[in-house]
Design a protein around this ligand. Structure first.
Ligand code: ADP
Ligand code: RBF
Ligand code: MG
Length: 426
């Protein structure tokens, strides 16, 4: 918890166009800082030669700013009426219980934790870039159990965008009085979605409200570069994330946005039908990597694609080859697909591609054959990975998510639906 004391270099909400452009901000390399901040950056670059990214520099700045002195000042600023509003944040999160796993992102010295505990929560991972904050938090919350599976308050030092996947999954992620301190709110929310279960909640809250936060941001733009989004900006911020807006309280002295990863990652426009004859892709060797992707020509699908931001989806696929093909090849199978421009490859003028990896071992290639897809869920936005290995690792994780989702009863009726819609076989 931090922006009680100091907020967005982006003074205005990003335009729709800016939002639709690929986000490079978080990975852009910057010159090293003039002086290294001691005890600052917990996320050191992998190689000594690597220069800290803009995001790492920002995290180091925040870590150094929130020293012991600031921890004391923050604690003193939590008056009884602020406590009451923190209690309101905790009370507004649906379904908290002793079984809930909470990610307290930018937990600070843990001001929200007693209020979560009052709602029955026992299991909290408090993440912060500031060692002084986390030390204070752990003093108040007590030492964690040494057993990894006991419910208790644990800490993790670093930028929440770097939280390893094994720390999850969580049922709730909370950004309380810290959202303004994030350098790239969109990238942080996207990476947070990787550690959330479907159906879980994301909370963005501030117990002093947006007007107060704006005045702080005006005074300390480096510390608080980001705004607390109003409804339109918030919708724009999450339009290409697997998140839906549940409610927004934007009152003079209280701000709380409640977002949810839809149950089953259900896409609001689902089920969406995409059909066409399989065409050649970009020859980037997907098949050699173990994930062949059947490409569909995007132009005739413009209407449906307008509802599908660049990203990874799952659903069912059926190849409508003629009856001379093996029966199994012509049945409905699970698929995971990417819609986008493959930013990892950095092509100068990349064409839009619609490509589906179908989880079935086909007897032969099927270029030119009619393929129908039923798109059901949205897993994540398309991203630029730092290399082919990173991309492939994430694609394999996407395959896992798609496979486990499509194995649940929720999506079974659509399998039959797609089969029932098949054109008469030749
Ligand atoms: P391209 O760049 O031409 O799309 P890929 O390496 O992505 O080439 O391979 C895709 C082709 O592999 C598909 O068009 C299809 O003919 C074939 N294929 C075989 N098995 C599968 C599968 N399980 N999913 C998708 N495509 C497959
Ligand atoms: N390409 C990207 O540049 N970024 C992505 O986030 C991305 N995600 C993908 C997810 C899945 C499930 C699949 C099948 C492909 C994805 N691709 C992505 C496209 C990938 O670059 C393309 O298939 C290449 O041709 C692989 O060699
Ligand atoms: Mg392909």
């Amino acid at each position: 918890m931090r922006a009680l004391a100091a907020s967005s270099r982006r003074a205005l909400a990003p335009t729709a166009l800016q939002r639709l452009q690929p986000r490079r901000q978080a990975s852009r390399a910057m010159p090293p800082p003039a002086t290294a901040t001691a005890g600052g950056a917990p996320q050191q670059p992998a190689t000594p030669a690597a220069r800290p990214s803009e995001r790492q520099q920002h995290a180091a700045y925040q870590a150094a700013f929130f020293n012991e002195q600031h921890v004391k000042e923050l604690r003193a600023s939590i008056t009884p009426d602020v406590e009451a509003r923190l209690a309101r944040v905790a009370a507004s999160i649906p379904g908290l219980s002793a079984e809930t796993r909470v990610l307290d992102a930018g937990a600070g010295e843990g001001a929200l934790i007693p209020h979560l505990q009052a709602r029955g929560v026992r299991d909290v991972l408090a993440v912060d870039v500031s060692p002084a904050m986390l030390a204070a938090l752990q003093r108040r919350a007590g030492q964690p159990s040494s057993l990894g599976n006991d419910a208790c308050v644990r800490t993790w030092l670093g930028d929440v965008a770097d939280l390893p996947g094994y720390q999850g999954p969580f049922d709730v992620a909370i950004f309380n009085a810290v959202f303004g301190n994030l350098l790239d709110a969109h990238a942080t929310l996207a990476s947070t979605c990787f550690v959330l279960r479907p159906g879980s909640y994301v909370v963005i809250s501030h117990p002093l409200g947006r007007p107060w936060h704006e005045s702080l941001r005006a005074k300390q733009p480096q510390l608080v570069p980001n705004e607390l989004p109003q409804r339109e900006a918030l919708e724009l911020l999450i339009h290409d994330l697997p998140l839906q807006l549940v409610s927004l309280a934007d009152e003079p002295d209280f701000y709380m946005a409640l977002l949810q990863v839809p149950k089953g990652y259900a896409h609001p426009a689902a089920p969406l039908r995409l059909a066409g004859n399989v065409t050649t892709g970009f020859g980037r060797g997907s098949k050699q990597l173990g994930v062949p992707t059947a490409n569909l020509p995007p132009a005739p699908l413009a209407e449906q694609l307008a509802q599908l931001p660049a990203g990874v989806y799952f659903g069912w696929a059926q190849l409508n080859a003629d009856v001379s093909w093996p029966e199994a090849d012509r049945q409905v199978h699970p698929m995971v697909m990417n819609i986008g421009r493959r930013p990892t490859f950095g092509d100068a003028q990349p064409e839009l591609s619609v490509e589906a990896h179908i989880m079935h071992k086909y007897s032969q290639d099927f270029y030119g054959q009619p393929l129908r897809l039923l798109v059901l869920g949205f897993i994540r936005p398309e991203m630029r990975f730092s290399g082919l290995q990173e991309l492939l690792a994430r694609i394999n994780a996407d395959v896992g998510v798609a496979r486990s989702q499509l194995g649940t009863p929720r999506w079974q009726p659509y399998r039959e639906q797609l089969a029932a819609e098949a054109p008469p076989s030749a």
